[in-house]
Design a protein around this ligand. Structure first.
Ligand code: PMP
Length: 406
């Protein structure tokens, strides 16, 4: 048995398709985000990051840094165990209360990532409801799909954001079985919004629970940064609201908020919560400062939205194929994996612009793209440099021909 061959062949096929991923070796310098240093084989170079999910730059915020420095001095570096066995720190308790309040829910529960929070919560909730049927949006994130798989429940996938399709599936289902509708608020690759109200209406009509992933919206939408459901005044209509601390809040970790009973059940039965070391109190203290700041402050959200709108407008004016996103996410269609990677490489090598190519399976084949995430810290000069650089690369690679074909 040639074991090595098995793995090298698997990698080779991904390389042949042009979608082999390589890390870009960068270092963010404190206080200078979105600029960063890129470590190349030929030395170091200053670049501008255009694909960070630290959407508001909170990973660099003075309040966050100082809260983390204090926590490091007060408690040391690590949590020291799982939440149940010595790893429960006062910062965890405070942050869970803060997050429950953010979403208007009875309780909150922290996880070491948003990925785990989805996987662990969906699989645990569904397993606790014998006969449960799950209804899942076709574009749901891999972490929700894994949770659904691990639950072993019957599942129905409804067309992305399609209220009528979801209703037809709910209607065809036994009215007496437990049901869970799982969806996201802001979809990360297209930047579109879910019809949250309509999905909640269907949940009421067919007596289903709802699970909303607000990973790309928490901190950024709503008067206190509670997400899209906060902005739409719908938080009380959702059973579970899930979020991350790794994007707009600038740190790492994930969480759910819900009724006290559901949170307690997940805390009690979810392996992904129980059998793992809890978040470092340093990270937790930083997240607490970040959530508290964004509950009070509107300025980051406002500038963020303005930046995204200006970027889209300038791209359209430059005849770049920006996709119809209604959110802060700015996807530009390329339509070919090899050209997408080449465009990203040239932007980095020649124009000091870092944007990662987005290829299959993250997006469907033929819809390969560059996904830009402007932050409040990107300046007008950075935006203008991006537009001229992109136009140059588009002309050099004749990208239009691929985008048109897609
Ligand atoms: N849900 C969605 C929609 C995501 O895009 C992601 C990560 N990109 C996650 C969950 C996982 O969150 P985290 O990065 O905190 O693990």
């Amino acid at each position: 048995m040639d074991y090595d061959r098995i793995f090298s062949d698997a990698i080779k096929s991904v390389k042949n398709e042009g979608r082999y991923r390589v890390f870009t070796d960068i270092e963010r310098q404190r206080g200078s985000f979105p600029n960063a240093t890129w470590y190349t084989e030929d030395g170091v170079k200053d670049i501008t990051v255009w694909c960070s999910n630290d959407y508001l730059g909170m990973g660099q915020h003075p309040k966050v840094i100082s809260a983390m420095e204090d926590a490091l001095r007060n408690t040391g570096a690590g949590a020291g165990g799982t939440r149940n066995i010595s790893g429960n720190n006062h910062y965890h308790v405070l942050l869970e209360q803060e997050l429950a309040d953010l979403h208007g829910k009875e309780a909150g529960l922290l996880f070491t990532s948003g990925y785990i929070s989805n996987e662990a919560t969906i699989s645990t909730m569904a397993k606790l409801m014998p006969g449960c049927v799950i209804f899942s949006d076709a574009l749901n994130h891999a972490s929700m799909i894994e949770g659904i798989r691990h639950s072993g429940c019957e599942k129905h996938i409804f067309r992305h954001n399609d209220v009528e399709h979801l209703e037809s599936l709910l209607k065809a289902c036994d009215p007496n079985v437990p049901k869970l509708i799982a969806f996201e608020s802001v979809y990360s690759m297209d930047g579109d919004f879910a019809p949250i109200r309509e999905f909640c209406d269907l949940a009421d009509k067919y007596n289903a629970l709802t699970y909303l992933d607000e990973v790309h919206a928490v901190g950024m939408y709503g008067l206190r940064g509670g997400g899209l459901a906060d902005r739409e005044n719908l938080m009380d209509r959702l059973t579970v609201i899930e979020g991350t601390l790794g994007k707009a809040f600038g740190l790492m970790g994930g969480y759910i908020t819900s009724t006290a009973d559901i949170v307690d059940a997940v805390r009690t039965f979810a392996s992904g919560f129980i059998f793992t070391t809890s978040l470092s109190p340093v990270v937790t203290a930083g997240a607490l400062a970040s959530v508290r700041h964004l509950k009070e402050s509107q300025i980051e959200r406002q500038i963020h939205q303005e930046r995204a709108a200006v970027l889209k407008e300038k791209m359209r004016a430059a005849d770049l194929p920006v996709m119809p996103s209604v959110s802060h996410i700015v996807p530009v269609l390329v339509g070919d994996p090899v050209i997408c990677k080449q465009a990203s490489d040239i932007l980095l090598d020649e124009f000091n612009i870092y944007v990662q190519p987005i290829n299959f399976p993250t997006v469907p084949r033929g819809l390969e793209r560059l996904r830009f995430t402007p932050s409040p810290l990107h300046t007008d000069e950075m935006v203008d440099h991006l537009i001229t650089s992109l136009s140059a690369v588009w002309a050099q690679l004749d990208v239009k021909k691929f985008a048109n074909a897609a």
